[in-house]
Design a protein around this ligand. Structure first.
Ligand code: GBH
Length: 469
């Protein structure tokens, strides 16, 4: 079936600074927690680092050409905090700000809407040394950083997104430790949740003041959590994971308060005294649009304490759980098919998620700020990449977005993750999410079949089923 998206629906693609830029020590950039982490033996697959990545720091103009040729209406990128403010506080680095200023101007010249994320995981190392996100001061430093970049780029940026997936920063960075800075401190992870939320509120107010014409958003990786059975115990496991994964952010952001059940569930870990009077009001700065990243679903059951556990919950190589205070919840494998990340492919979960948000927060515009898939791509002798499975994944998820819109969800746009193959965090360069292939020996960019297909979608707004292979 052909699906026609409304005029003005925004088609874009997304990247993140540490994953594509390289230029890790150039023009005054300071170290981030991901430089430290990736250079620590054993932390990333094959010891890969973002030192060079897709060399976007030098090839940005070529990459702008690809964005324009794809016919995209918007480009979502992130600003590297240590590139523009190397120590995380004090002086800004002119050369770093100029890089993003050129990028924004280049997008505007090509008629592409700049969507800037302030923080996609690359905290200046000096701030981590001072305590990182478990420390309240980091949120205050973030406000000053936000003021510096909004002053420099201001209204030229169409949408300011404060954070990308604070869930990952808090729980993977400080809970399970499979992301930088690699700490496993349950109470610290919950403090990080709060300080990330607080930093969002503080920075949001800066955007309102300094760039009143810009839109304000935050991007969350919300979880679609399903129970293994109809039992009351499994329903309670869903409730608890939903609290940690979703409502720990949606609550303060949209309802002005942390959910009472979250505080009760985690009372053994912390008393939440890091939440000061007035913080929840600060966090609830009105949003213009909520960014939603979606990849897969989560299946849970209450663990009976006896049977073997599946533990399919993103522990990775870590012995520590990201699910603070929920050690007795078991994460079950799902039926597949899977992407190269081992994530279950389930487009209906995206429709379900969008309709939940529509139901619980009517009137809040939504944007899919990431969706995409890693597969093992093969380059044919004539230099093509027939990435049928990625193309099919994208087709079915865009269709799922359309289905949610048919049912009333106010979705404004869709950004494919990712424009380019890039540094996939703990998985290094082994996992490829790009619609454009990067040859890491030559830095040559090659359009995969999915890129050709996406250009058709972006330029017509018509979603056609992929031609059978
Ligand atoms: C996004 O994170 C990132 O924003 C982006 O930088 C990254 O390249 C892209 O996705 C692809 O990975 O722990 O049980 O929830 C994805 C967030 C968090 C989704 C961990 C899958 C694993 C299962 N991911 N989650 S669980």
């Amino acid at each position: 079936m052909t699906r026609v998206f409304p005029e003005g629906f925004v088609w874009g693609s997304a990247t993140a600074s540490y994953q594509i830029e390289g230029g890790a020590t150039e023009d005054g950039r300071g170290p981030s927690i991901w430089d430290t982490y990736s250079h620590t033996p054993g932390r990333t697959l094959n010891g890969d680092t973002g030192d060079v990545a897709a060399d976007h720091y030098h090839r940005w103009a070529e990459d702008l050409g690809h964005i324009a040729e794809l016919g995209l209406a918007a480009y979502r990128f992130s600003i590297s905090w240590p590139r523009v403010q190397p120590g995380g506080c004090g002086a800004f680095n002119r050369a770093g700000l100029d890089f993003y200023s050129r990028l924004v101007d280049g997008l505007l010249e090509r008629g592409v809407r700049p969507v800037a994320t302030m923080y996609h995981w690359d905290l200046p190392q000096e701030l981590e040394d001072a305590g990182g996100w478990p420390a309240r001061d980091t949120a205050l430093r973030f406000r000053d950083y936000a003021a510096g970049i909004v002053e420099a780029l201001g209204d030229r940026v169409h949408t300011w997104t404060t954070f990308n997936e604070p869930w990952c920063s808090a729980y993977l960075g400080y809970g399970s430790g499979v992301h930088a800075p690699g700490r496993a401190e349950p109470a610290g992870a919950l403090a990080a949740v709060h300080h990330l939320n607080l930093a969002h509120g503080l920075a949001g107010r800066v955007v309102r003041e300094l760039a009143p014409a810009a839109e304000l958003s935050v991007t969350l990786n919300l979880h679609v959590v399903r129970p293994a059975s109809g039992s009351a115990a499994d329903a309670d496991a869903v409730r608890r994971i939903d609290a940690l994964a979703n409502r720990a952010f949606l609550g303060p952001l949209l309802d002005g308060a942390y959910p009472a059940d979250l505080l009760a569930d985690t009372a053994k870990v912390t008393d939440w005294s890091f939440v000061h009077d007035g913080d929840e009001r600060t966090i609830a700065v009105p949003l213009d649009v909520l960014g939603v990243n979606y990849y897969s679903t989560t299946l849970v059951r209450a663990w009976d304490g006896v049977s073997a556990r599946s533990d399919n919950d993103g522990h990775g190589s870590s012995a520590h759980t990201p699910w603070i205070g929920a050690d007795d919840v078991d994460f079950l494998p799902q039926p597949g098919p899977y992407t190269a990340m081992g994530w279950n492919i389930e487009p209906a979960g995206l429709t379900e998620l969008l309709l939940r948000l529509h139901r619980e927060h009517p009137g809040l515009p939504l944007m899919i700020t990431e969706n995409g898939a890693a597969f093992d791509d093969v380059v044919t002798p004539d230099g093509r990449v027939h990435d049928d499975r990625r193309l099919d994944y994208l087709y079915r998820h865009v269709d799922a977005v359309g289905a949610a819109m048919d049912a009333g969800a106010d979705v404004r746009g869709y950004f494919v993750w990712s424009l380019l193959d890039n540094f996939e965090w703990a998985w290094g360069y082994d996992r490829r999410f790009g619609i454009i292939r990067v040859d890491y020996d030559t830095q040559e960019r090659i359009w995969k079949d999915s890129a050709h297909w996406y250009r058709g979608l972006a330029t017509t707004g018509r979603l056609e089923p992929p031609a059978p292979a």
